[in-house]
Write a protein that binds this ligand. Structure first.
Ligand SMILES: Nc1nc2c(ncn2[C@@H]2O[C@H](COP(=O)(O)OP(=O)(O)OP(=O)(O)O)[C@@H](O)[C@H]2O)c(=O)[nH]1
Ligand SMILES: [Mg+2]
Length: 478
C-alpha cells in the first residue's frame, strides 16, 4: 500500500572539509625542498530542490537521515583533496520548510527552487598555502571545518490551480478522472480519497492543474473527518470549485446547505476568502439531479457564483466546465505573476570587520564569540604547537588579545572561544600576545634560506597582513 506522507522531520548533515596536509617536498640530495602539503577538499552541501516529478515526501519518511560526503584531505606534492559531493534531495512543489519550533524557514514553490539545508565545511589549507615570506616552512596545516547539521521539518502543501472541495461522494475524484488523465480511486462510500489527487487539464491553449481534497464534513476545520489535515492543501490553490451533489440520498442534505456547510468550514479554517470560487452541480445524468439543478441554479447565481452542470458519468457539461476553469485560472494567474524559481541559501552571517565580542561571564570565564575566531579554532590541530601558535597569532592580529586585556583578563584566567555547547576553553597565557612579535620566527626554517640583513627581516616582520585569510579568498570561496 502506498502511503501519502505530507510531513516529515529530516535530519541533514553537510560534509566536513578535508584537512590540509603538512608535508615537505623531498628529492635526492635536496632533503628540504619546501612545503608541498595540499589543501583539503570542501565538504558537500545538502540541497533541497523542487522537482515537479516528485509528489510525495515518502522517501524522507523512510530514510530521514541524510548526509553529504566530506572533502578528502590534501596530500603531499601539492595535491588538493577532492571536494565532497553535494547531496541533492528532490522535493515536491509546494514543500514548506520549518524549524522544529514550527517557524517557516522557506517556502519552496516552482520547479528548480533550491534551498541549501546544510552547508559543507571548508577544507583546511595545506602547509604549502600557509607558507609566506614570514613563514617559509610551516610544520602544520589547517583542519577542515565541520559542515553544518540540523533538523528541518518538511510539510507538503499541494500546489494546483484549482481545488475541488465538497462533501464526501460528491464526485470530486470522478470529475478529476474525466477532466484529466489522472486515475484516482473512486467509490460510493465516503472518504474514498485519503490523499489529494492531482490532475493536469488541457483546455484549448491553457494547461492547468486540478486537485481534489478528501471530502469535508461539518466540523472539518476542527478536525472532524479528514478535513483539517487536508484543508492545508487548499491554501495553495488559486481557484476553489464547489462540487455539489444534486443526487444525494441523504435526507437532511441538499446542494445549497452543503455549500453553506463547506463555506463555513473554509471560513473557520481562514485565509481563503480571496480565492475565486465556482460551483459545479454534479450528477445531472440522474433525472432527479437535473431537476434539482434547474431549481437551485438561480439561487446560486444570485449569490454571485458562476454555475456549471456536469456529470462525470455521462460526461455532459465537461467541455464547458474545463474551458470555464481555464478562463478563471487565466485570470488568477494574471493577477498573481508566476513565481520564478529561486535559490534560497541560508548562510551564516556575513563576516563583519569587528568580527568578535568578549564577554565576562558570572564564573569569571571570558567568552569570545565571532565568526572568525570560532572558525579558526575549528581549523586548529591542538596537538601541534606550531598550529596553536598560528592560532594565537591570528587571534592577536584580530585584536582578541587586546580586547581580553581591556576586559580585565589576567594570566591563568579561563577563556572560551565559541558557544557554550561547543567552545574551546583554555587558560589564558598573555605571552600569546607576544606571538605577534615572534611571527618572523615561527614557521621559519633557517636551513632553507640565506641569512638576510636585519632591516629586511624587520620589514617582513612588520608587514601586517593575514596571509591565511587572503589565501582563503583565493581558495574555494563559498
Ligand atoms: N450517477 C453519477 N454518479 C457519480 C457521478 N460522479 C460520481 N459519481 C459516483 O459517486 C460516488 C462517489 O464518487 P467519488 O468521485 O469517489 O466522490 P468524491 O467526492 O471523490 O468522494 P470522497 O473521496 O469520499 O470525498 C461514486 O460511486 C461515483 O461513481 C456522476 O456524475 N453521476
Ligand atoms: Mg474522492
Amino acid at each position: 500500500m502506498t502511503t501519502f506522507v505530507d510531513r516529515v522531520e529530516l535530519h541533514v548533515a553537510a560534509g566536513s572539509g578535508g584537512h590540509g596536509c603538512a608535508s615537505v617536498h623531498r628529492e635526492k640530495f635536496k632533503p628540504l625542498g619546501g612545503p608541498d602539503g595540499g589543501n583539503g577538499g570542501r565538504g558537500g552541501d545538502v540541497i533541497l530542490v523542487v522537482d515537479q516529478s516528485v509528489t510525495t515526501l515518502l522517501d524522507y519518511h523512510h530514510s530521514p537521515h541524510r548526509k553529504a560526503t566530506s572533502g578528502k584531505p590534501g596530500e603531499g606534492s601539492n595535491r588538493s583533496g577532492k571536494d565532497g559531493g553535494d547531496l541533492v534531495l528532490p522535493v515536491p512543489d509546494g514543500t514548506v520548510l520549518l524549524n522544529k519550533n514550527g517557524e517557516v524557514l522557506a517556502d519552496l514553490v516552482g520547479h528548480g527552487t533550491t534551498y541549501v539545508a546544510a552547508q559543507g565545511g571548508r577544507g583546511g589549507l595545506g602547509n604549502a598555502a600557509l607558507a609566506s615570506a614570514r613563514r617559509k616552512a610551516p610544520g602544520f596545516a589547517l583542519l577542515g571545518e565541520p559542515g553544518t547539521a540540523g533538523d528541518v521539518v518538511l510539510e507538503l502543501k499541494t500546489v494546483a490551480d484549482v481545488a475541488l472541495v465538497g462533501y464526501p461522494s460528491a464526485g470530486k475524484s470522478s470529475l478529476i478522472s474525466v477532466l484529466s488523465a489522472a486515475k484516482p480511486k473512486i467509490a460510493d462510500y465516503p472518504f474514498t480519497t485519503l490523499v489529494p489527487n492531482l490532475g493536469v487539464v488541457t483546455a484549448g491553449s491553457t494547461v492547468y492543474t486540478i486537485a481534489d481534497v478528501p471530502g469535508l464534513i461539518p466540523g472539518a476545520s476542527e478536525g472532524r473527518g479528514l478535513g483539517l489535515e487536508f484543508l492545508r492543501h487548499v491554501e495553495r490553490c488559486s481557484v476553489l470549485v464547489h462540487v455539489l451533489d444534486t443526487a444525494t440520498l441523504e435526507a437532511e442534505r441538499d446542494p445549497l446547505s452543503d455549500l453553506e456547510t463547506i463555506e463555513a468550514e473554509l471560513a473557520a479554517y481562514g485565509g481563503l476568502e480571496d480565492r475565486p470560487r465556482m460551483v459545479v452541480l454534479n450528477k445531472v445524468d440522474i433525472p432527479d439531479g437535473k431537476d434539482l439543478a434547474d431549481i437551485i441554479r438561480p439561487d446560486l447565481e444570485a449569490r454571485g457564483f458562476q454555475v456549471y452542470e456536469a456529470s462525470a458519468v455521462s460526461r455532459v457539461g465537461l467541455k464547458e466546465l474545463s474551458f470555464a476553469l481555464a478562463g478563471i485560472v487565466g485570470e488568477a494567474r494574471a493577477a498573481k505573476p508566476q513565481q520564478e524559481a529561486t535559490r534560497i541559501v541560508i548562510r551564516p552571517k556575513a563576516v563583519d570587520d569587528a568580527g568578535f565580542t568578549v564577554a565576562v561571564e558570572e564564573d569569571g570565564l571570558f567568552r569570545v564569540r565571532g565568526e572568525k575566531p570560532e572558525r579558526w579554532v575549528h581549523q586548529t590541530d591542538f596537538s601541534n604547537d606550531e598550529a596553536v601558535g598560528y592560532l594565537a597569532d591570528r587571534l592577536s592580529r584580530l585584536g582578541v588579545e587586546e580586547a581580553l586585556v581591556k576586559a580585565g583578563a589576567r594570566t591563568g584566567d579561563g577563556v572560551a572561544i565559541g558557544p557554550e555547547e561547543n567552545a574551546v576553553v583554555f587558560d589564558w597565557e598573555p605571552a600569546m600576545a607576544a606571538g605577534a612579535e615572534m611571527l618572523g620566527r615561527r614557521g621559519e626554517d633557517h636551513r632553507l634560506e640565506e641569512p638576510r640583513p636585519a632591516t629586511q627581516r624587520r620589514r617582513e616582520r612588520d608587514a601586517v597582513r593575514d596571509d591565511a585569510d587572503q589565501e582563503f579568498k583565493k581558495f574555494k570561496p563559498f
